[in-house]
Structures are given as C-alpha cells and as structure tokens.
Design a protein around this ligand. Sequence first.
Ligand code: F0G
Length: 425
Amino acid sequence: MDCGQQYPVDKIIYSCEKCGGLLDVQHDTDYLKKTITRELFDERLGTLEAPYNSGVWRYKEMIYPDVPNDMVVSRPEGNTNLYNSAKLADWAGVKTLYLKHEGENPTGSFKDRGMTGGVTQARVLGIRRVSCASTGNTSASLAAYAAWAGIEGIVFFQNKQIAMGKLAQAIAYGATGIQVDADFDRNLELVRQVAESLGIYVLNSINPFRLEGQKSIMIEAIQQLRWKVPDWIVVPGGNLGNSSAFGKGLHELYELGLIDRLPRLAIIQAEGANPLYRSYQNGLTAIEPMHAETIATAIKIGNPVNFKKAVRTLKWTDGVVEEVSDQEIMDAKALIDRQGLGCEPASACSLVGVQKLVQKGIIKPHETVVGILTGHVLKDADAVINYHSDHLEGIHPRFVNKLYQSEATVESLSAILEAKEASPA
Ligand code: F0G
C-alpha cells in the first residue's frame, strides 16, 4: 500500500518485501465498473445458492472475483441485521441510529466475514495449517472455519483475560489452542515468527484476504439502507483491521459508482488501549505502542498492526477518533443488552462513542448514524454477571438488573414479584 510494489495473489506474503509496508488486495476497477451494479447485488438477496447466500460472497466480484465457487469456505456468514432502536438513538442523542449486529455471524463476531476470505485463500494455496494470535474472537472464528475446511487451526492467546465464550469455542471447534504468558501484541509477533519457520499460514488481519471479507460489512449496511449513504459509521478500534477494511470498501464503492459520497468514520477506542486516539491527538504522524488494559478484552491491544491503513481510512472518510472509559463501555453495554439486542463489552464502544461525539458537537443530532456491534452478548457472560452483581473492580454499574433468590414457596416468589412491581427499576 505504500510503495506500489505488486505481487501475484498466490504468493504467501504478509508485508512488502521491498518496503516492509502492509499489503492490499488490488482489484481491476475498470473491469468491475463494467461488471457490477446495485441491481446485481440486489438480485442475489435472499438466494439459496452458495456462495451468494453469504453476506460476504453476495459481493464476490468485489471480494475475490476469480476464486471458483466450489473453493469458497463459507458457513455462510454475514446477512446480519440492521436495528433501528429509538430508545438507544434517544440515549445517544441522534434522531436515527442503526446498529448493525455482527454478533449474528456464525461464530458470534464479525471475524467470520474475514475468516471466510482468509480460509478460502488458504484452500486456494493448498495450505494445511493456519494460525492466528487473538484476543478471542479471531481464534473462535479461525477454529470454526479451519474445521469446516478440514485443515488444522492453531490459535495463540494470552493466558489470562480471554473471555470464556471465546476460549470455549476455540477448544470446541478443535483448534490447537496455546495459552502464552504474553499480551496480544507479543503473541502476534510470535505467531508471525513461528509461522514463517514452520510454514503455517497466518490469518490475523495483516492477511489482506481477511480484510477483503470484512469490507462486506460496509457494502451490506449500505445495501440495507437501499444504497443511501449514512452520515456516520461508528466502530470500535483494536488492531484496526475493521477500520482499515471499512475505508477500503467505502472507497471502492465510491470508485465503482455504487455510492455518490463517503460516510464519515468514527473509530472508538477504550481509554486504557488508545494508541490510535493518542496518535490522532498528535496529527496521526506515528503510533506509540503502549501497555493496554481494559475490561473490553477484545480490544486490549497496544500496538495495532493496521495503523497505516486506519490512517488512510481516516483521511478518505474525514474520520475522527474518540476514546471511552470502561465505566462508559459497561453502562452502554447494559443498555444495548436491555433492548434485547445484547453485545460484548468492546461492541458498546460504538453506542457510547456516538453519545460522546454528539456531546462534543461532532456528530449532529439530525445525522444518520450506523454503529457496528462487533460481538455477541454470550461471548463474555462473566462481564454480564459481574456487572449486574456489582463485582467489577472500578465500575459502579448504573443499569443493574438484580438477580433474586427465593425459597421454593409461592409466598416467597409473590413477595419478590410484588415488591418489584411496586418499585420497577
Ligand atoms: N470488537 C470485537 C468484539 C473484537 O473481537 C475486536 C477484535 C474488535 C472489536 C476490534 O477490531 O481489531 O479490527 O480493530 N478482536 C481481535 C481478536 C483482535 O483477536 O479477536 P479490530
């Protein structure tokens, strides 16, 4: 992406051999301009035919045009809903807020959209072993897609602070799970080194085929809005793969004439894991790695590898970066959960990020906002139970749903329910 050096798609490579920069999948824009239309993608809505029944492969021409359909490894993913909650919009301070729930993917996070791209490429290359470092969701997704493709998955994660739902998935789907006494950033370095020496294919978001799949979140959201571009897209930022993919997808939609303007992108980081936010305060010239700490373990990342691509996204979309505290994350999550939507802690950055940006006058109340919910509520059940029982260190829960204990008698149950009715929360 920096020096313009080109490599064939069947070369196993994660950074430029000439300049060390990140790699992009480059499409033939002239060819695509002649081939794709909004109507083509609309006609495929609701089809039962694989792979076009996937909310990633519906846009196959923009994702990986040449791959034979029978090589595609799909569950199928995507087709996630766009929710319009008046209550949450009101709380955030905007008239129209849509939440796109990526927790509705097959393994419960947006990572499946990237993994279908990455594991398909692994199959094209004839790879037998794939690997990633992960704060949890990538490993759950890799484990599932590797198993589905009949190849070996290997996942590295920090030996503490991984949410139980994610760890359970990786084990259940049969990946080789290795807990390492190191944070995500160090694990990512290790996975790259081990992969090179042992010939294992890396499926972290440095793999450009993953980001091609994740682009589809933007294409699908805009198609769901009948191709009307929202004013804002708001997304949590960790390793910045999603932010990078969103920028590329939006830029390509614009270049191909499928949209007539770009939305602005807001990337929201947790205060304790905010290297991009800090860099943004200093003009985005460089990123300073930091020790990350946040209750939103999915985004506990201090040295995001996709920094340069995220900066490109911010430039293309006239984007902004905001930070939110763990307290704000957990309270916003409780509100999202309470609507019956539910999400994991990191996802709630999107909602509270909107509220903060409205309060600062950056997002205007009349503007249309799409927030991305990145993961399912059950990914981190401990966070839910500990919040509602007031067992989270440093957090004072504002929206508690108390759990009651009762004797096994009608009298005891009635007393609880009558007291609740008399003073509803
Ligand atoms: N939300 C959730 C639920 C995530 O799992 C992640 C990243 C993010 C947001 C941040 O996305 O890295 O593209 O900026 N999880 C990765 C993992 C790092 O290993 O599962 P990003």
